[in-house]
Design a protein around this ligand. Structure first.
Ligand SMILES: [Zn+2]
Ligand SMILES: [Zn+2]
Ligand SMILES: [Zn+2]
Length: 624
């Protein structure tokens, strides 16, 4: 039977199509790059835009004037933000003003740049940081630069580019992870670098795509060459300033590019019905067959939370996960749809709680700027040699670190009364299920909850306070180390075991402190897993109320602006996710029993409705 398409729900006359246009980049690590002694490393990410006049971009050869790369003022119709795991810090107005004041006639206009943390001297630095850049239609490329920095200066050692024309092969946010070779145009280090690598294998460029010169950063309009091995492009005249092919090391990144329509909320009615369906068939299918558990969990939890359905959904997921776990030690330790879902829900709920508990303490620790290093291999003695022996770590450093740890842990433990009610409800259920499944395990009532609140909330927030919006500024390398050590300690204490003589034996000096804090951590966990006043939870409007909200109310909401949850963005995201994974979802359905197939067939037809939505959008785009 032919699917009956619900044509009547879309009123194409007034269809206002928005656009979700952004790139998410995660910078992992770099290796084999030029290093000099005792320099720290960090990366800078820059987004580039082309001039406002779209036609000049398409036909550069018809222009008599040289094309200039300039920023098309991306602040008019989009925001740019530095993004952590989920929370984001908007770049403030102060940093925008000097950029907006720059004259258009200048050849190079510096775009907004985002920096990673500075990683202390290391041949294989690891950042693991996320950046999310909201783009506009003039987006052209993203540049990632690796820089070295010592007390005197900071200089670039290599860079990579991601171009729009390459990214556009997948606009649905598929995740790519790659090692990309770095290139350098830093002539001062060229001689030293060129002992590595080999000559580029240049060929002349003969396609219609616009290419950038990696050396002068202008668009190549004539005599361009491309290396068939590393794929860099450059002017013939600029090529002598380049370092050898594969001589500059490489960088590992993950990226996803999104350019996807957002419809007005009312058009997502059918999709909403599918997601909140009481048996959650579609949600379960997505959770099993989606290529990005992280994204799926986040979108679905955000939508369910608007309908007050996140807690029942997540406790169900946790119950399932507990029943599948064989050894209590591994409970909630893996990255699954369930753990990612609870992870995101905590970040959604706990923003203020984190700001009020560890927030002030972390700021205080940064301000004090005390040396807390206790790893001997990272300490240098008065003769400029590495300490290497744990006995020679200065007592003062140990005392400093202990004081910082005490401040952080006390601020957590003393805050249990302020712990968000929504999470208490979830944690009390998780604790009950875990104790039921493992009745003879004394510690499971603690470890089941600490796997979330300590290992997935406090510990990462202490390690990366910028990502959780706790601080705005970039950390100095001393504070990076201090917070890393505190985070390790919190993690160990939350595991309820002392340090054994493992590979980080320098942490053994903290064992007495761990013993001291384990009972306090247990007490804290018990206290946040208890629901005291159930009636405190505010009942919000359920979905239906949100979706059929009167027009007047809608306008009022838009005027208020702040505090409004962008539900349509989440729906657009789920729609994109389903589209990207449609084949996998269908395969997953086929694996099931005939009865399930019959039951789900009606819903699958509704998933096909996403095709209808796409048709509507493409028709609309043609009309414009
Ligand atoms: Zn090459
Ligand atoms: Zn050039
Ligand atoms: Zn090679």
């Amino acid at each position: 039977m032919k699917d009956k398409q619900p044509v009547d729900i879309v009123d194409t006359q007034n269809l206002k199509i928005g656009n979700d246009h952004r790139i998410k980049i995660r910078i992992f690590e770099a290796k084999n790059f030029y290093r000099n002694n005792k320099a720290d490393s960090y990366c800078i990410v820059t987004a580039n835009y082309l001039s406002e006049d779209g036609r000049t971009i398409e036909r550069p050869q018809k222009l008599n004037l040289p094309l200039m790369r300039k920023m098309s003022n991306p602040f008019n119709n989009g925001t740019i933000r530095r993004k952590g795991s989920y929370s984001s810090t908007l770049i403030d107005k102060k940093s925008l003003e000097p950029l907006l004041g720059q004259k258009e006639g200048k050849e190079k206009i510096k775009d907004i740049q985002y920096e990673t943390k500075i990683q202390p001297c290391n041949s294989n630095p690891f950042w693991g940081e996320y950046f999310e850049i909201i783009l506009n239609k003039n987006f052209y490329s993203v540049k990632i630069e690796l820089l070295l920095k010592n007390s005197l200066l900071s200089f670039p050692v290599g860079e990579i580019y991601l171009y729009k024309y390459e990214l556009e092969s997948n606009k649905e946010g598929k995740v790519f992870e790659i090692w990309k070779p770095l290139n350098s145009k830093n002539i001062s280090i060229k001689k030293e670098i060129n002992e590595n690598g080999h000559s580029h294998l240049f060929e002349s460029i003969n396609d219609d795509i616009l290419h950038d010169c990696i050396v002068c950063e202008n668009i190549i309009q004539e005599e361009g060459i491309i290396c068939s091995q590393c794929h860099i492009t450059t002017h013939v005249k600029c090529s002598q300033n380049l370092c050898n092919c594969e001589a500059c090391g490489s960088i590992r990144i993950e990226y996803r590019y999104i350019d996807y329509p957002i419809l007005p909320l009312k058009y997502y009615c059918k999709l909403k019905d599918l997601i909140v369906d009481e048996k959650l068939n579609i949600v379960n299918l997505i959770s099993k067959s989606c290529d990005s558990k992280d994204e799926a969990a986040r979108d679905i939890v955000a939508i369910l939370n608007e309908g007050d359905l996140a807690i029942p959904f997540l406790s169900q997921q946790c119950k399932l996960e507990i029943s599948k776990t064989k050894v209590p030690e591994t409970l909630f330790r893996g990255t699954t749809f369930c753990t990612k879902g609870v992870d995101f829900f905590m970040k959604l709920i706990c923003k203020d709680y984190l700001d009020e508990t560890i927030g002030p303490t972390i700021k205080k620790i940064i301000k004090q700027h005390r040396d807390c290093e206790i790893d001997p291999t990272k300490l240098i003695n008065e003769y400029g040699e590495y300490v290497t022996d744990a006995d020679h770590v200065p007592d003062e450093n140990i005392v400093n670190l202990k004081e910082c740890i005490k401040m952080i842990l006390d601020s957590i433990i003393e805050s249990s009364v302020h712990f968000p009610v929504e999470l208490r409800e979830l944690f009390s259920k998780i604790q009950d299920y875990a104790v039921e499944e493992f009745p003879n395990e004394k510690n499971v009532r603690y470890s089941s909850v600490s796997a979330f609140v300590f290992l997935r909330l406090f510990s990462p927030a202490i390690l990366n306070p910028q990502l959780f919006g706790i601080i705005d500024e970039n950390l100095k390398s001393r504070e990076v180390r201090t917070l890393t050590l505190i985070s390790k300690f919190v993690q160990q204490t939350a595991n309820l075991v002392e340090y054994q003589n493992g590979k980080e034996s320098y942490m053994n000096v903290l064992n007495n402190m761990i013993k001291e804090y384990i009972p306090l951590v247990k007490k804290y966990i018990n206290s946040i897993s208890r629901v005291q006043h159930k009636s405190v939870i505010k009942q919000r409007k359920r979905f239906f109320g949100i979706l059929i909200r009167k027009k007047v109310e809608n306008d009022m909401m838009e005027e208020k602006g702040k505090g409004r949850v962008d539900l349509e963005k989440w729906f657009s995201s789920v729609h994109r996710l389903i589209n990207r994974n449609l084949n996998n979802i269908k395969k997953e359905v086929d694996k099931n029993s005939t009865r399930f197939k019959l039951h789900i067939s009606r819903n699958i037809r509704k998933i096909n409705w996403t095709t209808f939505l796409n048709d509507t959008i493409s028709k609309e785009n043609k009309r414009n």
